[in-house]
Design a protein around this ligand. Structure first.
Ligand code: HEM
Length: 365
């Protein structure tokens, strides 16, 4: 195929994948800018993108772009070195900075790749990947003793940038990205045949400006995120705490609703049983066997209620604990109610267990 067999075809693949990656990097720096200007909106963006189908399609497309770009880069470099032999640093008419980047594109690419590995471990593996594998709360990354769900993007910034080495690794990566992208822009137009005239100069200038603005923004972001995370801003800010608390509040509300519906179900069974017994008593057909069956059913319902309460306490108690840790200044409604319900369930569990071990009595009343 032309795109794989001919040298110009391979360069075109590099140029097209490179252009798409430039667009991705530009989109990415703008998304990060939301975290700078409006951290709560950044969390909403993280939640919206998450592991939804559109975000997954974009991630798979992006991974394919990176892989094709890297494979072709290595392939073209080997091919060029073979073709030029010892003469690979032949002097050309390009400006010196373009010359330096041109000779070092592969090395720059490797530095960016190394940065990317660290970066994906710090963010993607803890966010989208956890959502994809439907990770339980217990296995999510922890911050101050509470799990951090993928939607809390600002807490991932806190975790990553509170490490002193993160800013250094990122800034080295950004500088490599500047040289790589700057030359990539030039090279892209060169491949497309725009190698002379007034336009190539203009395009080179546009490329240089674009790259500089993108990289300068990335550097500014890394610095601001580092300073703020050292001040624990992402843990202390009231608006952010409100968002973290709302997350646990929503989950507590879900646990409360499930628990209530289970208890209503048990209560309904209990009422039905009592009504049947009452009817039989009215008709004078209530026997010893009925009394024994009723007692057995009551014990079974007590056990069901006990299980439901234990399940509820196990689900709801951590929500209260995590909300207190991640949002100590917040007191959301559902969580206050949940705290009371958990306390009352714990007392009831003790009472019912005592009853079941001793004299059987009804719990679901
Ligand atoms: C201050 C700098 C940066 C910050 C704070 C940052 C932040 C993030 C965050 C939070 C994610 C996770 C998204 C998710 O999985 O939900 C992410 C993903 C990613 N980042 Fe960055 N990033 C930065 C710079 C860069 C740079 C310079 C590059 C490329 C050279 C890059 C490439 C990627 C890639 C490829 C992904 C995976 C995207 C996906 O799966 O769709 N990032 N970044």
């Amino acid at each position: 195929m032309w795109l794989t067999c001919s040298s110009i075809g391979r360069k075109l693949v590099m140029a097209v994948t490179g252009a798409c990656l430039v667009l991705f990097v530009t989109f990415h720096v703008l998304m990060n800018a939301v975290a700078l200007a409006w951290p709560t909106a950044y969390n909403q963006v993280c939640e919206f993108l998450g592991a939804n189908w559109y975000a997954l399609v974009a991630s798979v497309g992006l991974a394919a772009l990176f892989i094709v770009h890297i494979i072709y880069a290595v392939w073209l470099t080997i091919q060029n070195r073979k073709a030029r032999g010892t003469d690979r640093y032949a002097v050309t008419s390009r400006p010196p900075q373009v010359e330096w980047s041109s000779k070092n594109m592969l090395v720059l690419g490797i530095v960016i790749l190394a940065f990317l590995v660290v970066h994906l471990i710090q963010f993607w593996a803890k966010m989208q990947w956890q959502e994809l594998r439907h990770a339980e709360l217990a296995v999510l990354p922890q911050l101050s003793g509470a799990p951090v769900p993928p939607a809390m993007g600002t807490l991932f910034l806190q975790m990553a940038f509170s490490q002193p080495w993160t800013a250094i690794v990122y800034i080295v990566g950004f500088i490599a990205l500047w040289f790589h992208m700057n030359h990539g822009f030039w090279s892209m137009f060169h491949t497309a045949g725009w190698d002379n005239g007034i336009w190539i100069e203009r395009l080179k200038k546009i490329g240089c400006w674009w790259t500089t603005v993108v990289v300068a923004l990335f550097i500014a972001q890394a610095i601001v995120f580092t300073v703020l995370s050292h001040e624990k801003y992402y843990e202390k800010d009231i608006a952010l705490q409100e968002q973290y608390a709302a997350y646990w509040d929503e989950h507590a509300e879900k646990a409360n609703t499930e628990f209530r519906s289970e208890m209503v179900n048990i209560q309904t069974q209990f009422n039905d049983m009592q009504n049947q017994a009452y009817e039989k008593q009215q008709q004078g057909t209530f026997t010893q066997d009925d009394a024994a069956a009723m007692e057995a059913k009551q014990q079974e319902l007590d056990r069901q209620g006990l299980e439901a309460m234990k399940k509820y306490v196990a689900a709801a108690e951590p929500m209260i604990k995590y909300a207190k840790q991640q949002a100590p200044d917040m007191h959301p409604m559902n969580l206050i109610e949940t705290e009371h319900m958990v306390e009352s369930c714990k007392n009831q569990i003790k009472a019912v267990e005592n009853q079941l071990n001793g004299t059987p009595q009804m719990m679901a009343r």
